[in-house]
Design a protein around this ligand. Structure first.
Ligand SMILES: Nc1nc2c(ncn2[C@@H]2O[C@H](COP(=O)(O)OP(=O)(O)OP(=O)(O)O)[C@@H](O)[C@H]2O)c(=O)[nH]1
Ligand SMILES: [Mg+2]
Length: 693
């Protein structure tokens, strides 16, 4: 593939709700431009983007794909992002690599949740937005209804530049409002120019006028001409649309049927003509080594600045790193400096990807997107620059994964394979977090939702050959003493031969929450010899760690050893350990224990209309609401403390309550006593599980 100058590059990410047709549209664009000779179908598992076994099996995109397309001397880097909410991590990465978003909206389903969610992300970043109304050939498709929904959701900046000729089965072509031209589609992906349909003119003309008006309003010089002459030329309208789109003040709406395909040709020409090039976008801001902020121009001759927005690991191919160059260039057989990791990386071949296919390129200049293989240290989110001029870009803003699942290898002995797989998966996908819990002794993988965790499990199996079991992560319960008491542990066996003799008296008292565990030695007069005092402590610690009454560790207690007895011959380390453990058990039996559970602090952000339902649900989860506040944009922030046990599946619950419009964060806060009736159930369940294993 040729090397393109920044002004001839368009980086466009396709975003939107799952099933809108992004992958099909990518296929249509590739086919229309002649980059592929046959159009694949998502259903048939033979599209360029959805090449992963997991994507073919599910029929949805799981991972971001790149598809470079050459059209009229312009290189369009299409990024096909997954629409399913669990894979939003890839979308946030792609928003950084792209210079504009194309929202793919189904004319049957209209505006859906992920459109709103991603629109907000793009708006926060000031990213230009255009819309493609797809599936206009489908039964129950309606352009007008979809347009109304778009205007309601995103405001009057949304304006069509095309209208369909017919809908559903009658869909025949597209009217281009800019030039008052009509294109009809039969068997070719390229429309045939024909008569302006006079029967639809009455509908189309008001839209044309509105378009000219909004374009004129965006540019004073155009406004003057429009008022004088009542008409604008093609170049003037396109200039106005481009300015409005680039400044994110105007969202043009196009239409088509990716599946046919129809409209992909007009879309490509529009992208080439009116979408911003890297030069039209503000220069990126970087932080130099001395902490100073700098701007980097979109210039191939400036020092290198590139962002790694996606990595894919494969045990056979190695790791593939996808990056967007903002300034400078990446050349084959060179050295780059990873300023995030503070290390040099050797670059071998430089290539572009079309789905899974590699195509080598001479270089990747400013404004372009490229890939390299087998970098040793670089992971998603890193900045590549030069050692002589190291700079970092802001990190990719990612959501926190909060669905906690415990995973373990199905086959004993696969532990090493599992940890290799987990390390790789985490490096590739920053929305996966893995922790080894010192408390529950589980390996816990945090993901964005069930589909995300499921996809990771599949990946581990297929790519890393390790089959894993997935269970909800355990809650790290604890136990504590209910009151203060004294107890004796007596381990005495003196029947023939070498005997065993140890007696320990302890006092046990509860401490405030969060104090942990204390052992105090108050032995006087050598009633227990010095060398055996650590033995008693060891026995007590072992017992409290395993759980004295419940299967959970004991916390927030002070154990004071104040008396005891020994025998000059029969006492031993092990005898005093046993005495210590027995004493603690005796004390627990006398004073009683209570079960403690972790309480998490949660903050939930939802559209105002959901506040009541969210609070009701938190109450039913034994939560305590700390407060609510309006945070603008029609959103409420709700703060609460809730038992962790009730929040295990909240990533799923919140999504189903709000249709995916809610966000939340969660962090450990403190431990509290579990109500007795629930404590009995928890202990019973834990005992059963212990017996089974
Ligand atoms: N009739 C018709 N069907 C279409 C059209 N575009 C896509 N489809 C079908 O809609 C379904 C979903 O299309 P995809 O391309 O997988 O949608 P997507 O937006 O990539 O979905 P995710 O990857 O899950 O985000 C598939 O069955 C397509 O064949 C169209 O223009 N007309
Ligand atoms: Mg897709």
């Amino acid at each position: 593939m040729n090397v393109y100058e920044p002004r001839n590059i368009r980086n466009v990410v396709l975003v939107g709700h799952s099933g809108g047709g992004k992958t099909t549209l990518t296929e249509a664009l590739l086919f229309t431009a002649g980059a592929i000779t046959r159009m694949g179908k998502v259903e048939d598992g033979n599209t360029v983007s959805d090449h992963d076994a997991e994507e073919i099996r599910r029929g949805i995109s799981v991972s971001l794909s790149l598809a470079p397309i050459e059209w009229n001397g312009i290189k369009v880097n299409v990024l096909d992002a997954p629409g399913y909410a669990d894979f939003i991590g890839d979308v946030t990465g792609a928003l950084r690599a792209a210079d504009a978003c194309l929202f793919v909206v189904s004319a049957v389903d209209g505006v859906e949740v992920q459109h709103e969610v991603v629109w907000e992300l793009a708006a926060e970043r000031g990213l230009p937005r255009a819309i493609f109304v797809n599936k206009i050939d489908r039964e129950r498709a309606s352009f007008e209804r979809t347009l109304d929904e778009l205007v309601t959701a995103f405001g009057t900046q949304v304006a069509p530049i095309q209208l369909p000729i017919g809908e559903e089965h009658d869909f025949a072509g597209i009217m281009d409002l800019v030039d008052r031209r009509a294109y009809r589609y039969t068997s070719s992906p390229t429309g045939e120019e024909g008569e302006w349909p006079e029967d639809l003119a009455a509908k189309a003309d008001p839209y044309r006028e509105r378009l000219a008006e909004s374009v004129a309003l965006a540019d004073d010089s155009l406004l003057e001409k429009y008022l004088e002459e009542g008409e604008l030329s093609h170049e003037e309208i396109v200039r106005g649309i481009k300015a409005g789109l680039t400044e994110a003040k105007f969202a043009p709406v196009l239409v088509g049927a990716a599946g046919k395909p129809a409209g992909a040709d007009l879309l490509l020409s529009f992208i080439a003509e009116a979408f911003p090039s890297p030069l039209d976008r503000p220069p990126v801001k970087v932080v130099a080594k001395d902490g100073a902020e700098q701007e980097r121009p979109s210039d191939p001759n400036a020092p290198l600045t590139a962002l790694v927005f996606k990595t894919v690991s494969d045990p056979y191919v190695g790791r593939i790193t996808l990056f967007r160059v903002y300034s400078g260039k990446v050349r084959p057989d060179s050295t780059v400096f990873n300023a995030t990791k503070n290390t040099e990386e050797r670059v071998g071949q430089v290539f572009t990807l079309r789905g899974k296919d590699h195509e080598t390129v001479a270089e990747v200049p400013a404004g372009d997107i490229g890939a390299v293989a087998k970098l040793a240290h670089t992971t998603t989110g890193d900045t590549l620059s030069l050692k002589t001029d190291p700079v970092t870009l802001p990190p990719i803003d990612l959501p926190e994964p909060l669905l906690a699942m415990a995973i373990s290898p199905k086959t004993k002995g696969d532990e090493d394979k599992l940890s290799t797989a987990l390390a790789r998966i985490q490096e590739d996908d920053p929305t996966v977090r893995v922790e080894r819990s010192g408390e529950t002794h589980e390996t816990v993988m945090y993901g964005m939702g069930e589909a995300h965790v499921g996809a990771m499990v599949e990946r581990m199996k297929r790519k890393f050959g390790v089959d894993v079991t997935v269970k909800p992560a355990k809650v790290p319960y604890k136990e504590t003493m209910k009151g203060k008491t004294q107890a004796m542990g007596r381990h005495v066996k003196q029947t023939g031969g070498h005997g065993q003799y140890a007696i320990a008296h302890i006092e046990v008292e509860p401490l405030p929450r969060g104090s942990g565990f204390e052992f105090v030695d108050k032995i006087v007069g050598g009633v227990i010899p010095n060398q055996f005092i650590p033995s008693v402590e060891k026995g007590v610690v072992k017992s409290k760690t395993e759980g004295v009454v419940t299967p959970y560790p004991m916390v927030d207690v002070r154990v004071t050893l104040y008396d005891g007895k020994f025998h000059p011959v029969d006492s031993s380390d092990i005898a005093f350990q046993l005495a210590g453990a027995l004493a603690l058990r005796e004390a627990a039996a006398k004073a009683g224990v209570s079960l403690l559970e972790p309480i998490v602090h949660v903050e939930i952000v939802v559209p105002e209309s959901y506040t009541g339902e969210i609070i009701g649900d938190l109450n039913s989860k034994r939560g305590r609401i700390l407060g609510t506040e309006s945070i603008g944009g029609g959103k409420q922030r709700i703060k609460a403390v809730v038992p962790q046990a009730e929040m295990i599946r909240y990533a799923i619950d919140l999504r189903s309550m709000t249709g995916g419009r809610g966000l939340f964060t969660m962090a450990f806060d403190h431990y509290e006593e579990v109500p007795q009736h629930l404590a009995d159930k928890v202990i019973e369940a834990a005992r059963k599980e212990r017996e089974e294993t």
